[in-house]
Design a protein around this ligand. Structure first.
Ligand SMILES: C[S@@+](CC[C@H](N)C(=O)[O-])C[C@H]1O[C@@H](n2cnc3c(N)ncnc32)[C@H](O)[C@@H]1O
Length: 283
């Protein structure tokens, strides 16, 4: 994006590229962002030595190395904004209502396994937040098998998540207690401690095919916050359908506060709490 001038793209080229991105990744390029989108794509035309956007479209669809190009493209068009302890009212519902109820239910059937998935986890702050909450809840200590898995389509951001080093804005809403207990200082900022890395893992992948990444009917809870706002309705349906496959019966789904399933599907029951709505998979 060195050039201040928006490169010329034919309307049919723009439409094809936008449709392709929605079909494959679920993401919708907003009309207001088309200029920026075109500039970013143009940097890839230059990188690959292609003459037109139509050539780039053909490259994305047919080139033998298209998977690598998908990764580069995604890193340019995804919004990775995130931070620890984002949307606190939902996290309170998780800590005070959902986790204790899950523990009780699992104890009754003699199961000591907790699986949480963060779909669209970005650089990992959400995953480590969920790990801290699970530990602090005191519900899943000792011989419990706990795993919080982050999934994101952007391979660069997944590498950052695995690195687990954070600074500045990532901690904008992090209480000091958590910083002291779960992080150690390093040259670049703060690195997550082993107490968190041993119960978390990160996988590069597309949430539209979550069942190819996470075992079917295995997840107790899925977090997918501030991701579906970038999707069209059809892609949201595909996403929540994939979640339903991966969730256990009556598993919980947490969406971002501005994301709702009311127009989308009746496969989930909304549960209202102060400041938060969460969804339960219908049996
Ligand atoms: C704005 S961040 C949200 C991060 C975190 N969930 C939160 O609420 O703070 C959105 C993330 O969703 C990821 N994403 C977008 N489309 C995706 C898809 N189809 N599959 C998996 N991840 C996707 C992006 O790469 C980005 O990192």
């Amino acid at each position: 994006m060195n050039s201040p001038v928006t490169p010329l793209i034919r309307p049919d080229e723009l439409r094809l590229l936008k449709e392709y991105i929605t079909e494959v990744f679920g993401l919708v390029v907003d009309k207001n962002n088309e200029g920026l989108f075109t500039k970013r794509l143009f940097s890839r035309l230059e990188g690959l030595g292609l003459a037109t956007f139509a050539d780039y479209y053909a490259y994305l669809k047919f080139a033998p190395r298209r998977n690598e190009e998908h990764k580069r493209l995604l890193s340019l068009i995804t919004n990775n904004e995130t931070y620890f302890f984002r949307e606190e009212p939902q996290l309170r519902v998780l800590a005070e209502a959902v986790l204790p109820a899950l523990k009780e239910q699992k104890m009754r059937c003699g199961e000591r396994k907790l699986r949480i998935v963060s779909a669209g986890c970005s650089s990992g702050e959400e995953v480590y937040t969920l790990a801290m909450i699970a530990i602090e809840s005191g519900c899943f200590l000792w011989d419990w098998d706990v795993e919080i898995q982050g999934v994101d389509i952007d391979h660069q951001i997944i590498e950052r998540a695995r690195n687990g080093i954070y600074a500045g804005r990532a901690f904008q809403t992090t209480p000091d207690h958590y910083l002291d207990r779960y992080f150690r200082k390093c040259d670049e900022g703060f690195k997550v401690k082993e107490i968190l890395t041993r119960i978390t893992r990160f996988t590069e992948g597309n949430l539209l095919q979550l069942e190819q990444i996470v075992e079917e009917q295995s997840a107790d809870i899925i977090f997918c916050r501030n991701v579906l706002i970038y999707f069209d309705d059809e892609s949201i349906k595909r996403g929540v359908h994939a979640f339903a496959k991966v969730l256990r019966p009556e598993g919980h789904l947490f969406l971002g506060h501005s994301e709702s399933l009311s127009r989308i599907t009746s496969n989930y029951i909304p549960m209202r709490f102060p400041g938060a709505i969460i969804y339960k998979k219908r049996d």
